[in-house]
Design a protein around this ligand. Structure first.
Ligand SMILES: NC(=O)c1ccc[n+]([C@@H]2O[C@H](COP(=O)([O-])OP(=O)(O)OC[C@H]3O[C@@H](n4cnc5c(N)ncnc54)[C@H](OP(=O)(O)O)[C@@H]3O)[C@@H](O)[C@H]2O)c1
Length: 301
């Protein structure tokens, strides 16, 4: 267990992206998945204002907006465990797009101060809380100075909309801006990290040198875009010898890197959620770790 945003939680949480966007399972299955993760000991759920599926061109229909956050709210409301032990993080400043001619969904930054502030308040409403536990800026909106985006986040914490702040999809320069403006309000950086994406900008070391939590998103390589399977060959081999999934080995490898690192894998079935959770108890041996890739892109070259 490790402290994050005032909660003492295991470092393996549940990302709920795959339960709320393209390819999502039924709402009933999604709630079963969240319950299975919580029953197995997960105490950190990750969602976002933008976890929904637009069904008209643009940024979504009112019917589906908020799908992901209300899913988390409903799953918690129908769970018979200790709700007050569960850290729920959400994100603001990003929206969905849909092109009806190609049928393709996309994402679009919108971190204008008025959008960020309104969306964060809506997130709290949808999650059914007065104050969000942890509010991330979802990404740097290139149309606005990052300083301004961080000032909005700071003001949201000061106004009691969120207790703590995080930033996501950021490099060292943005992390430093966030730290300067948010001060102790900033507790976490959520960046992509997996065997298929070894943090080429070296943000992990920077985040940890500042004493912040590093939260790996897409820790299994993600599910929305194709992944380079070759990155997982060594993990397949350890998994074969251990008699478990490669996903369990990947998550255990990530958790073994550093005590300030969190992982938030998505799962689309109860079986996947339970399997992923087992990574918490998997201790890889020195010999096994030696067969796996180096942790950073720097040491890979
Ligand atoms: N901050 C950001 O911008 C950002 C961006 C992306 C994600 N995230 C966060 O990170 C979380 C995780 O990232 P992600 O959803 O991109 O991908 P991910 O966790 O790397 O991969 C999830 C996929 O891996 C497969 N999987 C999981 N456990 C498995 C198991 N035991 N056996 C076999 N397959 C398994 C599932 O695919 P199948 O369903 O096909 O089996 C699942 O959908 C998200 O839920 C979200 O909270 C944040």
């Amino acid at each position: 267990m490790t402290m994050l945003a005032g909660y003492d939680v295991p470092r393996l949480g549940l990302g709920t992206l795959a339960l709320a966007v393209e390819g999502r399972p039924s709402r009933e299955t999604a709630i079963d998945v969240i319950h299975a993760a919580l029953d197995a000991g997960t105490r950190y759920l990750d969602t976002a204002w933008s976890y929904y599926l637009p069904t008209v061109a643009g940024t979504g229909t009112p019917g589906d907006l908020g799908y992901g956050e209300t899913l988390v709210r409903d799953a918690l409301a129908t769970w018979d465990g200790p709700r007050d032990q569960v850290l729920v993080a959400t994100k603001t400043g990003w929206r969905r797009t849909w092109d009806p001619t190609t049928g393709r969904y996309g994402w679009k930054a919108d971190a204008r101060p008025e959008t960020m502030a309104a969306d964060a308040r809506q997130s709290a409403q949808r999650l059914g809380v007065d104050t969000l536990d942890l509010l991330y800026s979802h990404c740097d909106d290139p149309q606005l100075p990052y300083v301004e985006q961080m000032e909005v986040l700071r003001d949201l914490v000061d106004a009691g909309v969120a207790r703590y702040a995080g930033v996501s999809r950021v490099g060292a320069e943005d992390i430093d801006i966030a730290r300067r403006i948010l001060g102790d309000r900033l507790v976490a950086v959520q960046n992509m990290y997996s065997p298929a994406f070894l943090d080429p900008e070296g943000t992990f070391a920077h985040v940890r040198s500042l004493g912040l939590a590093f939260v790996c998103f897409s820790p299994l390589g993600g599910f929305l875009d194709p992944v380079d399977e070759r990155a997982f060959a060594g993990f397949e081999e350890v998994a074969r010898r251990r008699g478990c999934s490669r996903q369990r080995v990947v998550l255990a490898w990530e958790l073994a890197r550093d005590p300030g690192l969190f992982v938030i894998p998505s799962a689309r079935s109860v079986a996947e959620a339970r399997e992923d959770r087992e990574a918490v108890g998997l201790r890889l041996t020195e010999d096994e770790l030696a067969t796996l890739p180096p942790y950073s892109a720097d040491s890979a070259v």
